[in-house]
Design a protein around this ligand. Structure first.
Ligand code: SAH
Length: 424
């Protein structure tokens, strides 16, 4: 049996590039109110014989109070609560395993969906913000050889509500006081109640290969309560390997989300290997489309570049990248390569990383080195593989050094590379 759904038209190319796909029962995830806009929720409530304003009440419970439990919905008649919650707030994701690091401020959750599909999300709390890194697909069909998610192939697209549910679950953890506060170093500001402030589509999957569900999820996340969760569009980042037609469509959505392009090489010869979809849409075309996106939205494009020792970290590649990006509305996020099972590649040497930064800066290109949280729980970029196997204790792992994956507000490029990039 093939996976739950056939590839969509958006998932044009490389669904066949990656390896075997796990077998799952067919069928769609149960319908949830987060799959519907408010008009759709009103219609669904009316179909149940309830007054349509109940859609707003249910939506406030889910998007504003993060609850799905009928008992919490005291503004609904007792007799209707279970039927309404049962029809519109089915449990979509069950937490299979939770792993924390950074004193509890980084939390990875492995979720099991209705059909057994496994996905992961990562919450990262900082003094001034909370970022949720979410999955848009179970697995990924893009087959980038340095990324753990790409190794297992695509299982299926997540539904809109399955994507939104990851963020709501993070918001609930925060609201329940389960994620410790991170003390501010120098600030007299009163502490703000914790809420998810940023969402990055940088978990498992290629968001633009699940276009319709991802766009609907962005709308649910950013529309104000009761339509959605009320997160700022500017605080949402959609990351892509470079699916050119879908980037063009995204530019026309009228959203002000940040586009991140996982470039990883400035030349087609190497990028064909690192990001196999490059054989379909090459560097020049991907970047031209990214500049169109920047022109339409006014948003600076983030160019993601995992620095891999002796593979893509040569000075000439830094110069070539610098010349491609000079004068553009772009910013480079260098990611010291995170280790993935079975890969012979490692992060660049500190001196190579420093030189790469220096050369980009000499072209006037803004560059930061990403702080990559979550490494010791395999929660950092490219490490999400969603296996239900128990992880070895952090102390037993070679890379248990200062972690972090927050692309939403990268730290300024340090004069010295972060500890995570130092060879152990
Ligand atoms: N498919 C989308 C969304 C995934 S985002 C995309 O590729 O953009 C995950 C980010 O982490 C991407 O920039 C990806 O290229 C990067 N990444 C993958 N594996 C990595 C690794 N081992 N070390 C560092 N970054 C990695």
């Amino acid at each position: 049996m093939s996976p739950a759904r056939p590839p969509t038209r958006d998932a044009v190319v490389p669904l066949t590039l990656a390896g075997p796909r796990p077998r799952l029962p067919r069928g769609k995830p149960p319908r949830h109110l987060a799959d519907l806009d408010l008009a759709g929720r009103r219609a669904a409530v009316a179909d149940l014989g309830e007054p349509s304003f109940r859609a707003v009440q249910l939506s406030k419970h889910f998007f504003g109070r993060y609850t799905e439990h009928p008992d919490d919905m005291t503004d609904l008649p007792r007799t209707s609560r279970a039927a309404l919650a049962g029809a519109l707030l089915p449990a979509l994701l069950t937490a299979e395993r939770e792993l924390s690091c950074d004193d509890g401020t980084t939390r990875k959750t492995l979720w099991r969906a209705f059909d057994g599909a496994l996905v992961e999300s990562v919450l990262m709390r900082y003094p001034d913000r909370v970022t949720m890194c979410v999955s848009s697909q179970a697995g990924c069909g893009m087959a980038c050889p340095f990324c753990a998610t790409g190794q297992a192939g695509l299982t299926r697209n997540l539904s809109t509500a399955e994507i939104v549910a990851q963020v709501v679950a993070g918001a609930r953890l925060l609201a329940d006081g389960q994620i410790p506060d991170v003390p501010r170093r120098v600030s007299n500001d009163p502490p703000k109640p914790p809420r998810v402030s940023n969402v990055v589509f940088m978990g498992m999957g290629e968001p633009l290969a699940n276009y319709a569900n991802v766009i609907a999820a962005v709308r649910r996340l950013t529309d104000p309560v009761p339509e959605g969760m009320g997160i700022s569009q500017r605080s949402v980042t959609v990351s892509t390997v470079g699916l050119v037609p879908a980037i063009g469509k995204l530019a026309a959505e009228g959203l002000s989300v940040t586009l991140a392009v996982s470039l990883h090489a400035p030349d087609d010869e190497l990028r064909d290997t690192l990001v196999p979809v490059n054989r379909r849409w090459q560097v020049a075309e991907v970047l031209d489309t990214a500049w169109d996106y920047a022109a339409v939205t006014g948003r600076r494009v983030s160019i993601e570049y995992a620095l891999i020792k002796d593979i893509n970290d040569q000075a000439w590649r830094a110069d070539l990248l610098g010349s491609l990006l000079a004068g553009r509305l772009a910013h480079v996020n260098l990611i010291p390569l995170n280790p993935t099972p079975g890969s012979q590649w490692t992060a660049s040497r500190p001196a190579a990383q420093r030189e790469f930064v220096r050369r980009l800066e000499s072209h006037g290109v803004p560059v930061t080195v990403r702080d990559t949280r979550g490494r010791e729980i395999d929660g950092a970029c490219g490490q999400l593989a969603a296996s239900a196997r128990p992880a070895p204790p952090a102390s037993a792992r070679p890379s248990a050094v200062s972690p972090a994956v927050d692309p939403s507000a990268p730290s300024p490029a340090p004069a010295a590379p972060p500890a995570s990039a130092r060879p152990s």
